[in-house]
Design a protein around this ligand. Structure first.
Ligand SMILES: [Zn+2]
Length: 310
């Protein structure tokens, strides 16, 4: 009996020593869950293709011609699930991850998109340069249906959308004076010349919450604020990319005149028809864009977190 007691005490002591030396041997429920998550994450990240470029597309653009898909990857993020699985493929020797922001069957409304999960997922896949495409309504007189513009400024009037990765703990205020990567903008203008696809260099996009369209009075007010076009998705996509130091570019296709400017009511059919008409130009623009040589990133986006925390 005494021998049994001494043996049990020795075994208990050995196990305690081992756990103290190596915390991973702790068998607590919480540490087991964390370890499993970490292992799962390592498996996902090391198991598949990484991509340095990302494309997030909206209404009417569901693929990029020439993108040879190598893998379809489901990514789980600390912020929930992205809109769909990422399709990763190669085009002109570049690995590109593609995501439809409204989901595969276009069922996710702009205010319900999990923007944080979408952008975080790109980061997990290794994406450093993200190109976003979306439709918008033209406000200024030069923004007619069919026009393509690379945005240079933003006004955000959305509400209730989680728009930061720094909600608690560390207080971070990133600089957002120039919300879009200047280098990617230059790359798209070079591509536009080669592809002979006209892309406007200027565009202040006002982002509304939706899903309803705007009133005529709102559009009049937005015009006075300096907005050139109105859409529902560029924010918080742009700021979330900047918080993760990802270069971000937003190309918009003007699909209709904004409310009150055309003298008639707006329909989604009008938007989809124009997207269909313009998608060939967007696709050839993207093909030429990815055909370019990209230098190492030296833009402001790569240092977004420097001197940004309190
Ligand atoms: Zn950049």
């Amino acid at each position: 009996m005494l021998i049994q007691y001494i043996m049990n005490a020795i075994i208990t002591l050995i196990i305690w020593e081992l756990r103290t030396e190596n915390p991973e041997l702790k068998i607590g429920k919480e540490s087991r869950i964390v370890a499993q998550r970490q292992q799962g994450r390592k498996r996902r990240l090391s198991g598949g293709v990484m991509a340095h470029f990302g494309v997030i597309a909206g209404s009417g653009l569901y693929d990029i011609p020439g993108l040879m898909i190598k893998e379809t990857r489901t990514v789980h993020t600390p912020y929930g699930n992205p809109s769909a699985a990422y399709r990763i493929g190669t085009l002109s020797g570049k690995d590109i991850a593609f995501l439809p922001r409204h989901g595969i069957d276009h069922t996710i409304q702009p205010h319900n998109i999990n923007y944080r999960a979408n952008v975080w997922g790109f980061k997990e896949l290794g994406v450093q340069r993200l190109i976003a495409v979306g439709a918008s309504g033209g406000i200024s007189s030069d923004m007619n249906p069919g026009k393509i513009a690379a945005l240079d400024q933003l006004i955000d009037v959305t509400h209730g959308r989680p728009s930061t990765f720094y909600e608690e703990g560390k207080v971070v205020h990133i600089d957002f004076t120039e919300p879009f990567c200047p280098d990617l903008r230059e790359n798209i203008f070079r591509a536009s010349e080669k592809a002979a696809v006209d892309v406007a260099r200027r565009g202040t996009y006002i982002c509304t919450n939706g899903p309803r369209l705007e009133t005529a009075a709102e559009i009049k007010a937005f015009s006075l604020l300096g907005a050139d076009m109105v859409g529902m998705t560029a924010m918080p996509e742009a700021v979330l990319a900047r918080e993760l130091e990802i270069c971000f570019l937003f190309i918009t296709i003007i699909t209709n005149y904004a409310a009150g400017l055309a003298g008639s009511t707006l329909t989604t059919k009008e938007v989809l028809n124009e997207m269909e008409r313009s998608s060939a130009r967007i696709k050839s623009l993207l093909q030429v864009f990815f055909d370019q040589q990209f230098a190492e990133r030296r833009c402001l986006c790569t240092q977004a977190l420097q001197d940004a925390s309190m």
